[in-house]
Design a protein around this ligand. Structure first.
Ligand code: ATP
Length: 332
């Protein structure tokens, strides 16, 4: 029995996570799922965006599935993003986003790329200081972080049968930091059995649109990965289709790429596919690859039968989609 924490969060988080939990319950009896609180709702209920009880539960769990949280709209100097806190607390250094077109009628290009992004440093150190006339932001790139993100990307490519890997950087401008990342990449990929190549981040953004079929895996630094993965998700139909994982040494947190979508929250029309696929990634991480594969294979089949929420051109509510999808899944 594996223990997983379920954090619904805010906005559409609870709506899509309930669908994902229904799917996980259906496919596996080997999961002990325990609920935990986080986000704005948690702040209202417990006075904390990230209660200590949640951190304690996560420490006892093998993994977590998380929906989304709404950040405060007014400036609060004491606010610290609970997600960033978790990334730090559990050293979730690898952000992994598989982006795949799930049906020919959805999205713009034929894409199946794995984006592996360094999650702990780069531009997102949060270290900014005011100087006369402006602000200086510190950007950190360490050898250790470069090595472990490249190694993780190589491991994932091998596990998924991807033959090539592209290092995405901006070493023509950031010669020392990105130059080092590129060098480390070629050192590590040399004996991996994978074909290694590199692209400047601007060329990589264009390649996703112009040569989508030849992109198998991007390994990159924080900011570049953030932007490229949203671009890639848009190319395959939008954020409702894009799952993700934040992976550390002994723990991982899985979440749909989208946010809490306050504009549609409570209307029951959110697309739960990204959350369901995040659940499948979690199963694969827990060693239940064949169950993950069934969940993934049933999505294009359901879409092909017109089982779709409005963002995918359909008319079903989140719960109607889930019911229809589970029927399709039962045939796999
Ligand atoms: P947040 O501030 O929490 O990030 P947001 O609205 O700025 O929220 P997203 O939640 O990522 O950002 O949503 C961006 C747009 O995509 C919104 O218009 C939203 O309705 C739409 N969207 C996001 N996720 C889904 C989904 N699962 N199903 C349907 N539409 C979605």
């Amino acid at each position: 029995m594996r223990k997983v924490a379920i954090i619904e969060g805010d906005g559409i988080g609870p709506e899509v996570i309930r669908s994902a939990v229904d799917v996980l319950r259906y496919i596996s009896a080997d999961l002990e799922m325990v609920s935990a609180d986080m986000g704005q709702g948690s702040y209202r209920r417990n006075g904390s965006y990230l209660p200590q009880g949640t951190i304690d539960l996560l420490k006892e769990s093998d993994a977590a599935l998380f929906g989304a949280i709404t950040s405060p709209t007014t400036y609060d100097p004491s606010y610290r993003s609970p997600l960033l806190q978790l990334r730090r607390e559990f050293d979730l250094y690898a952000n992994v986003r598989p982006v795949k077109r799930l049906h020919p009628s959805i999205g713009l290009v034929e894409l199946d790329v794995l984006i592996v992004r360094e999650n702990t440093e780069g531009m997102y150190t949060g270290s900014e200081r005011e100087v006369p006339g402006g602000v200086i932001t510190e950007r950190k790139v360490s050898e250790r972080a470069c090595r472990r993100i490249v190694d993780k990307a190589i491991e994932l490519c091998r596990a998924e049968g991807r033959g090539s890997i592209t290092c995405v950087h901006k070493s023509n401008v950031l010669r020392r930091s990105d130059g080092m990342f590129r060098e480390i990449f070629y050192e590590r990929v040399k004996d991996s059995g994978l074909q290694g190549r590199d692209l400047l981040v601007d060329a990589a953004a264009a390649a996703l649109v112009l040569q989508p079929r030849t992109q198998e895996c991007f390994v990159t630094l924080n900011l570049y990965g953030d932007i490229l993965s949203d671009e890639a998700a848009a190319l395959v139909g939008g954020l409702g289709f894009a799952p993700s994982a934040n992976i550390g040494e002994g723990f991982a947190l899985f979440e749909p790429t989208h946010g809490s979508a306050p504009d549609i929250a409570g209307r029951g029309i959110a697309n739960p596919i990204a959350a369901i696929l995040s659940g499948a990634m979690m199963l694969r991480y827990l060693g239940m690859g064949s169950k993950a594969q069934k969940i993934e294979a049933a999505i294009p089949a359901a879409l092909g039968q017109g089982i779709r929420t409005p963002d995918a051109g359909g008319r079903l509510s989140t719960t109607e989609f889930t019911r229809g999808y589970l029927e399709v899944l039962s045939t796999f």
